[in-house]
Design a protein around this ligand. Structure first.
Ligand code: NAD
Length: 501
């Protein structure tokens, strides 16, 4: 950070890759005021009109994919294969929301539920929160910034994104594309540190936050003060359960990808593994062998690396602390265990055994390339230990017995469970992605991923309009008697009460 700007450096070698303004709260308020001014016309376009702009934006994103991926790689250090995966996910989500929006956003005219309201015409209207603030982290800068912004725009809201100060460049470039296609000025980016994010919370009508549990709690307090709604997608400590009848080869491949993809910097990374005793040794051997084969480094766009650097040196410190504390307490690193040599924020993919829940590497979110593996007597012990965590984002179960796997899944305290798979629920868009416990409030994807950006408005009109209704003034005994009799006649389900006085 220098004065009023934020410097963005490469995690690979520390070189400066760009700067963005560190915007104060006054500027954030101005941006939000501009969005607020433009939003009514955007809402008035209706879904079909807004869809036309989002279709143009989809074309812009597809045409500028490589350019965005290059910026993304420069500020995150991701292997090219991973830098190239964010856009496909976004395009899929955009198409999903565009397909479901017309049905979900249209007015509903419910029929009267009983005789008492038979003379009323009922209309349910969905209207957007005017300005949505979307505060996002650095691990998937593009995907997580657009994932919630696009459905909010489709719903008719204006959106301001506050990307992470560590990776703001791709998001700023992507939102620049919205201006480039000449779309209405309802999508903006503000940049800066945490204070800029706080200023967003102070100015908008709905807060969408993805990031750490610690910041999520601060945001919930601040939004609570203003009584604005919010949705929080927070941290995790996902457990993987490997039952004795699992396909161990697939389970080991899933554990290695689940633990080390994005250098372990995924909210849904596999961060601890519980293996039934009969297959523990074989599973650990497979995981260790596969981890040794991973290529760590910078591939500059050439698919020559599997694991990139961590985003910042502070993140390397956390991983280093978790590993060192575990080793000091008797754990063994079968593979890795050290920081990478030379410049950059690299940490070796690390497989830890002889670990337990007294250690930070099993208890706290590591958000780095570690895979602690533990032996358990049976599935009951695995479920008990998996649930013994403040987090509840997602989990993984491996077993060839589909029924048994599902019954284990139903006992896990997590918003999503992948069976014989890993990360699969991140792509099954009709299902909500929601963290339980300290992993979040609310959900993205599914109908909720769109409808959360709407307020429901009930419009009731009188079909018959006598001069006065029965329950209006004046209050008289005769009217009271009619209401009492009507209540019994309509409300009771037995003849005696219906007809009794
Ligand atoms: P973070 O909480 O440090 O920062 C996230 C964003 O919040 C950044 O833009 C930051 O500038 C902003 N911010 C910081 N203080 C703020 C404040 N007081 N008010 C408003 N905004 C503020 O998180 P991070 O380190 O960028 O991201 C990593 C975390 O995100 C991990 O815990 C990970 O599990 C979580 N995450 C969750 C999901 C999910 O979908 N559940 C997805 C990705 C990452």
């Amino acid at each position: 950070m220098t004065g009023t700007s934020v410097e963005v450096t490469s995690p690979v070698d520390g070189r400066l890759v760009g700067t963005v303004p560190d915007q104060p709260s006054t500027q954030v308020a101005d941006v939000v005021a501009g969005l607020r001014g433009a939003q009514p016309a955007w809402e008035a376009l209706d879904v079909a009109g807004r869809t036309r702009w989002l279709v143009s934006y989809r074309a812009w994103l597809l045409d500028h994919g490589d350019e965005l991926n290059r910026i993304l790689q420069s500020e995150t250090g991701k292997p090219w294969a991973e830098a190239s995966l964010e856009l496909p996910a976004i395009i899929d989500q955009l198409n999903y929301y565009l397909a479901i929006a017309p049905g979900l956003l249209k007015d509903e005219r419910p029929r009267p539920h009983g005789l008492l309201t038979a003379t009323k015409r009922q209309l349910l209207v969905r209207r957007p929160h005017a300005v949505v603030g979307n505060i996002t982290p650095w691990n998937f800068p593009l995907a997580l910034s657009l994932a919630d912004s696009l459905p909010a725009l489709i719903a008719g809201a204006a959106v301001v994104v506050k990307p992470s100060e560590l990776t703001p460049l791709t998001v700023a470039a992507a939102i620049g594309g919205w201006d480039e296609i000449g779309a209405p000025p309802v999508f903006a980016c503000v940049t800066g540190l945490g204070a800029t994010g706080a200023a967003v919370v102070d100015a908008v009508d709905y807060v969408q936050f993805t990031g750490s549990t610690r910041t999520g709690k601060l945001i919930a307090q601040r939004a609570g003060e203003r009584l604005v709604p919010y949705s929080l997608e927070l941290g995790g400590k996902d457990a993987m359960l490997v039952l004795a009848d699992a396909d161990l080869e697939r389970a080991a491949n899933a554990a290695v990808w689940g633990g080390f993809a994005n250098a372990g910097q995924m909210c849904t990374s596999v961060e601890r593994v519980y293996v039934e005793a009969p297959v523990y040794e074989e599973f650990v051997g497979l995981v260790a062998d596969k981890t040794r084969e991973l290529r760590v480094g910078d591939d500059a766009g050439d698919y020559t690396s599997d694991v990139g650097p961590l985003v910042a040196s502070g993140q390397v410190d956390i991983v280093g602390r978790h590993v060192q504390e575990a080793l000091a307490a008797g754990a063994k690193a079968l593979v890795g265990g050290n920081r990478g040599e030379g410049p950059g924020n690299f940490f070796e993919p690390t497989v830890l055994v002889d670990v337990d829940e007294t250690m930070a590497c099993v208890r706290e979110e590591t958000f780095g390339p570690t895979l602690p593996i533990m032996k358990v007597a049976d599935a009951d012990e695995a479920v008990r230990r998996a649930n013994d965590s403040p987090y509840g984002l997602s989990a993984v179960v491996f077993s060839r017995d589909a029924e048994r796997a599902e019954s284990v899944a139903r006992r896990l305290d997590a918003g999503a469970v992948n069976i014989n798979d890993v990360f699969a629920n991140l792509f099954t868009l009709p299902l909500p992605m929601s963290g339980w416990k300290q992993s979040g409030i609310g959900a993205r994807y599914g109908e909720h991923g769109l409808l959360k950006f709407c307020r429901t408005q009930a419009i009731v009109s009188a079909r018959l309009a006598p001069k006065r209704e029965l329950q209006w003034y004046p209050y008289t005994r005769a009217r009271g008697t009619v209401i009492r009799r009507a209540t019994r006649f309509l409300g009771a389900r037995d003849l005696r009460r219906r007809l009794g006085g």
